[in-house]
Ligand binder design. Structure first.
Ligand code: SAH
Length: 211
């Protein structure tokens, strides 16, 4: 059994993934997304440095967020914080060939890293955007799903505006140290917010995030 398969079975037995997310994760080996020097830790449940002070999240967090976002075939998904590209690749598997993932990253070297990593797979439905993701990506809005993989002081209004009616947004909200992972569902002009679990993410830096 490969390290990836062992990790997925463990995540499954602890309820972090369902069958669909497990299947998507099987197609996206985490080792392709982390720096060589951390290769031996690829399947340990821990975040790892990817350079420029940023991290790839722990597998259980990526798994839980992927499951909670509830991405179906054909959906248009927006990710803020491409980092290594790992989360984007899993979302792209979930959205399938009829769906698409736009991933926004503010650090140019990391958008390049994410591109290089995702190109190791045969995915054609990931689109990379360089910029301040706190403003979303209005050009392709509205989105069925939005996921923010960095910590925000509050929910950026542009992201709510760019969400479809009935759409879901997942975002860590809190201080720079600790956050709650919030699930935001857009119902008419209102939003319903629930706290899923406490998390620790690197800060979301931009106009509607941390300065
Ligand atoms: N999803 C990534 C992990 C992201 S770490 C993965 O699977 O590897 C958080 C990322 O958010 C970092 O790369 C950081 O540079 C980026 N980030 C922070 N603020 C941002 C902003 N305003 N817009 C876009 N990306 C941002």
């Amino acid at each position: 059994m490969s390290g990836n398969e062992e990790m997925i079975e463990l995540l499954f037995s602890h309820g972090y993934v369902d069958e669909r997310v497990a299947e998507a994760m099987r197609k996206v080996p985490r080792e392709l997304f982390i720096p060589e020097e951390y290769g031996r830790s690829a399947y340990a449940d821990t975040p790892l440095p990817i350079g420029l002070g940023q991290t790839i999240s722990a597998p259980s967090i990526v798994a839980f967020m992927s499951k909670s976002l509830d991405v179906q075939e054909g959906m248009k998904v927006l990710e803020i914080g491409s980092g290594s590209g790992y989360q984007a690749a899993i979302l792209a598997e979930l959205a399938g060939n009829s769906g698409v993932v736009y991933t926004v990253e503010r650090i140019p070297q990391l958008i390049q890293l994410a591109k290089t990593n995702v190109e190791k797979l045969s995915l054609t439905n990931v689109k990379f955007v360089e910029g301040d993701g706190t403003k979303g990506y209005a050009q392709e809005s509205p989105y069925d799903r939005i996921i923010v993989t960095a910590a925000s002081p509050s929910i950026p209004q542009p992201l709510v505006d760019q969400l479809k009616e009935g759409g879901k947004l997942l975002i860590p909200v809190g201080s720079r140290m600790f956050q709650d992972l919030q699930l935001v569902v857009k119902v008419g002009k209102e939003v319903e917010i629930s706290n899923l679990m406490p998390v620790v993410f690197v800060p979301l830096i931009g106009e509607f995030g941390y300065k």
